[in-house]
Design a protein around this ligand. Sequence first.
Ligand SMILES: [Zn+2]
Length: 220
Amino acid sequence: MVWPISGGAAADIISSPFGPRWQASRGHYEYHAGIDIPALQDTPAHVVADGVVYKVGWLSVDSGLAVIVYHAALGYYTAYLHLNSALVAKDQALTQGQVIGLVGDSGTTDLMHLHFEIRLTSSDYPACTRNPMGYLRRPEASVPAIQITELQARPPYSMTVSVVITASRQELDVNQVCMTVQDRMTGAIVDDQMIDLNRRFAHGLRSARPGWHPADPFPL
Ligand SMILES: [Zn+2]
């Protein structure tokens, strides 16, 4: 997959990563189903892989003008939102890197940017979406720095571990958190847990919007 925006040194900056985000104006967490890549108006947006145009138009008042592409070889869809104009038509065959539209700020947004999504299916939105950073080939390779900043182990069994991960851009680089507790004497695994940060219901209580139901539409 190629990066969906070209041109300019700032082309790889992400202004809003995938996952839960605090919406101060609304007073609660919301789920961001894609990544936001800021760009000047009419910056070309590129299809990330070969595919066929599945849909062109407004998906909702929030989405603005959007293009959705189906990638048969990959088995999933990519979506490009808030466009100023679309340069492709439904059922059109696309080759990787082809310009599908121009960046804008249509729909609900206060920033000129491309909202890019990976959708595993065409329905069940936004539960079908996945973190694009797990799929995209980044414009620059970077290894995150990991640092344990705090370790509290209070007797008898209460423990808190704080970890800070430093990445080159504002993105949710962490996809999973795994924790294993071993018996000191025998080495036997006493507890083994994994939290998948890409699963929408595994983010913990703080990310759940009160009264929100999975069938409800979700702000983009
Ligand atoms: Zn967005």
